[in-house]
Design a protein around this ligand. Structure first.
Ligand code: ZN
Length: 259
């Protein structure tokens, strides 16, 4: 939907960068062991792939997540800490964020007046960040109909939580052991999965449908045109995945601009 309407954006695979080992190779996040100069080069390559002639120092607005659900209204390039969403009306700016399994949303209006990136983690979704972002977007004058794109993210078959999921999430987003007993961890020798559940209640695992939380919040915010690339980052090794590779591995770059 975004592409049809001329809104340039991209979710980048792991390839084409200069980072090594767990960050191989197009890691977009600093501060986890990958030298900053590598990340800077990776960002330069990414922005040039999508917006030839652009320079990170002149055009890139990169937000660094801290689960504080801050929303940046960007008017100048730079790196900005403690934001889980950013938006701009400036056509020269390219918005950037990194994720690995969380949702990375691009939201834009069909008149191409404003564009936003949102980090859809379970923290930010519980805080209704998408609803806040959309409310801010609508405040900007001249905003037309909003459309949203959901990039590669962890799917409902892969996003595992322990018993704390019962307290954290609405049950409609949980695939519960009762309906899917195969997700209960415990002794492999046990013949009865239901028995295992009783015996190992503290180890009960849940699967969480993070994407449905995203879709519901978009719809609750009044956005009905939603596209999804239908790629699971944990299953598809072309993408970085926190759950597959660990916390200190690479992060996927997302870029979007009205440029
Ligand atoms: Zn999956």
């Amino acid at each position: 939907l975004l592409r049809i309407n001329g809104i340039k954006h991209g979710w980048f695979m792991r390839y084409g960068g200069v980072s090594e080992d767990l960050f191989e190779s197009l890691n977009g996040k600093k501060g986890m062991g990958d030298p900053d100069k590598n990340v800077d080069e990776n960002r330069r390559r990414a922005i040039n792939a999508l917006f030839p002639g652009s320079k990170p120092e002149n055009n890139l607005v990169h937000i660094i997540h801290q689960f504080k659900t801050g929303i940046l209204t960007a008017s100048e390039p730079g790196e900005f800490k403690d934001y889980d969403a950013c938006m701009t009306i400036d056509r020269e700016l390219v918005l950037s964020q990194t994720t690995a399994d969380c949702a990375s949303l691009v939201i834009a209006d069909l008149n191409r007046k404003v564009i936003a990136l949102v980090h859809g983690s379970w923290h930010t979704l519980k805080a209704n960040l998408i609803c806040d972002v959309v409310a801010k977007l609508k405040q900007l004058s001249g905003v037309g109909e909003l459309v949203a794109g959901i990039g590669p993210m962890i799917c409902k078959n892969c996003y595992e939580f322990g018993p704390e999921a019962r307290d954290l999430f609405d049950t409609k987003y949980l695939i519960t052991p009762q309906s899917h007993p195969e997700f209960i961890s415990g002794s492999e020798e046990s013949d009865s999965k239901i028995l295992k559940q009783v015996q190992n209640d503290k180890q009960t695992r849940y699967l969480v449908d993070l994407k449905q939380m995203v879709i519901d919040q978009l719809k609750d915010s009044g956005i009905s045109k939603i596209d999804d690339v239908h790629i699971c980052t944990k299953e598809d090794e072309r993408f970085f995945s926190h759950r597959r590779s660990g916390a200190d591995s690479g992060r996927m770059i997302t870029l979007a601009s009205l440029k």
